[in-house]
Design a protein around this ligand. Structure first.
Ligand code: ZN
Ligand code: ZN
Length: 352
């Protein structure tokens, strides 16, 4: 089934077996976390959905666009175009990933494909998109569902796309101005899929289309460039980026930056990040699924948050995602981290 988290096995698994509490009740917590972020690597800033087709307004396009992203601190640009592949001149300091935004009843990003898969067909949307997902994978690409709200998918369709091997979803598509009606965040939709075991990776993009989008309003593209994907690569190359996507070493962001996620044998998950006012650890389990961590008393924000499995582990099963929130309300969401927790009541333990 595609490259969802279940099949990622290159990273180490941390296990722990600790005393804990479930509210007032002593418990034993057995945990196992497959933390894909526990690798030596480099964090890159990526926008996998930037339209690089030539535009009348700027004969130098798309070089202007690539230089613009480099100046903004981006390292990776996914060169997208509707239904065709373009090959821009390289620009130093920017890794360009080929790809296309394929129209097939909805919009599907094929990241890393060098040609457009044949035949998007004219059948039912559910089958057309599912087939395109399979073809993108056959072409060596990663499939990501673009701006899911725009296409108003049904739940049945979304589950079918996951069954066909969909790899990821735009949790953030920051091209939400004007007609796009603030539909750029798909986090709750994505969480609902995660809860059903559809462990899609999190991608954040700005979906910029060119300089004609009101350049005077907020810089190039009329888009504030808040959407990006943080990606942890083992080597800074096109292959390194594709490998990191396949391993789920990504987060989708509107601003906050993740620095590390580590898990120790005592059952503590430590997150380091740019200054944030809250860190939410979302999962399934307990009555809410996960728990939140806030800065220590007296701090407005912090660069480190801890999830303690001894106290909150009973609220977790199957996976965890880390959600960062900064003082402006901007958020970032990590791809799911596969996590298994078993809880035993202490008196059961004592009987053994
Ligand atoms: Zn689109
Ligand atoms: Zn687009």
């Amino acid at each position: 089934m595609g490259m969802q988290v279940e099949e990622r096995n290159e990273e180490s698994v941390v296990e722990f077996d600790i005393d804990g509490m479930q509210k007032q009740k002593p418990i034993r917590v057995h945990g196992s976390v497959r933390n894909q972020f526990a690798v030596d690597g480099t964090w890159l800033r990526a926008n996998f959905h930037c339209h690089l087709a030539r535009v009348k307004e700027d004969p130098q396009w798309p070089v202007t666009a690539l230089e613009h992203y480099r100046a903004l601190g981006y390292d990776v640009v996914g060169g997208m175009c509707h239904d065709r592949i373009i090959r821009p001149e390289p620009v130093d300091g920017v890794i360009v990933i080929p790809g296309a935004e394929v129209s097939c009843g909805g919009h599907l990003l094929g990241i890393g494909i060098e040609s457009i898969p044949d035949g998007s067909g004219a059948g039912e949307r559910i089958e057309t998109i599912s087939e395109m997902i399979r073809r993108i994978r056959d072409c060596g690409g990663i499939s990501v569902l673009a701006h899911p709200f725009k296409s108003a998918y049904t739940w049945e369709e979304l589950c079918a796309f996951c069954d066909a091997g969909l790899d990821g979803i735009e949790v953030v598509n920051s091209n939400v101005r004007g007609k796009r009606a603030d539909s750029g965040r798909a986090d709750q939709l994505w969480h609902n899929l995660l809860r059903e075991g559809r462990l899609l990776i999190a991608i954040g993009n700005d979906d910029a289309h060119g300089p004609h989008e009101n350049i005077e309003r907020s810089g190039w593209g009329g888009i504030p460039h808040i959407g990006f994907t943080g990606i942890l690569v083992k080597d800074c190359s096109r292959k390194g980026v594709m490998d990191a996507l396949r391993a789920g070493r990504t987060y989708a962001s509107e601003g906050p930056e993740l620095r590390s996620v580590s898990v120790d044998g005592e059952g503590r998950m430590t997150v380091r990040c740019s200054p944030c006012v809250a860190c939410h650890f979302r999962s399934v389990g307990g009555s809410w699924g996960g728990a939140s961590s806030f800065p220590d008393d007296g701090c407005a924000d912090a660069g480190e948050f801890v999830f303690d499995f001894a106290k909150q582990g009973y609220r977790v099963s199957d996976y965890m995602t880390v959600v960062l929130q900064d003082v402006h309300g901007r958020r970032a969401w990590t791809s799911p981290i596969k996590t298994v927790v078993d809880v035993e009541e202490e008196n059961q333990v004592n009987l053994e």
